[in-house]
Design a protein around this ligand. Structure first.
Ligand SMILES: Cc1cc2nc3c(=O)[nH]c(=O)nc-3n(C[C@H](O)[C@H](O)[C@H](O)COP(=O)(O)O)c2cc1C
Length: 183
């Protein structure tokens, strides 16, 4: 699984996704943008090294020569969590200016699953149009929304719920994921 972390708010969510994938022994190919690294500093008590230790392999997000920059790289899909509006726009026009948007561009051309955990609020028409365009191409647009039906007690509960739902998009199941049961 290719995972990109960009500079939208939500670094704890990215950490949770990595933790679950790591727990499930999924091979993780990780890239963190410059602003993704900054939000990790601002929003968590963890270091970039802590994030990297959960990955199988870590790439410099400016290294366009990395193997994941090529369609010949075998992968089951890609998650960008969180996905900034800047990275969203870059993917929507095929402007592969760094390894994260290039890898997403490759995922699109190879018709593999792409999950964008797009984060901004409120959304402008530009953001909405970019999301609609990619959604029509089969991309999963997954804004991390608050969920209350499962009665979360902590922010960690909410974060974990969202992380499990993101991985549901790829058919990745963790035994701790709680599901809605009405009876
Ligand atoms: C603390 C912090 C929070 C941010 N939150 C968001 C956000 O939620 N959504 C967004 O689109 N940009 C957000 N930004 C701005 C992006 O970091 C900025 O547009 C950056 O250029 C994105 O580049 P990247 O996609 O290559 O990481 C935030 C920046 C900082 C420092």
């Amino acid at each position: 699984m290719i995972v990109g972390i960009t500079g939208a708010t939500g670094a704890p969510l990215a950490y949770k996704v990595l933790e679950i994938l790591n727990d499930l022994n999924v091979n993780i190919h990780l890239m963190v943008s410059k602003w993704g690294a900054r939000t990790i500093e601002i929003e968590t008590d963890k270091t970039l090294k802590d994030f990297s230790e959960l990955a199988t392999r870590v790439y410099n997000s400016r290294d366009q020569a990395a193997c994941i920059s090529s369609g010949s790289f075998r992968t089951d899909g890609m998650i960008i969590v969180p996905c900034s509006m800047k990275t969203l726009s870059s993917i929507s026009v095929g402007f592969a200016d760094n390894l994260i948007s290039r890898s997403a561009d490759v995922i699109l051309k190879e018709q593999k699953p792409l999950i964008l955990v797009t984060r901004e609020t409120p959304l402008s028409q530009i953001h909405l149009e970019n999301m609609l365009k990619l959604s029509r191409m089969g991309v999963s647009i997954f804004p991390p929304m608050l969920t209350f039906y499962n009665h979360p007690k902590t922010i960690d509960d909410m974060t974990a719920h969202t992380a499990y739902r993101i991985l549901d998009q790829l058919g990745i199941e963790h035994p701790d994921a709680k599901r809605w049961k009405n009876n």
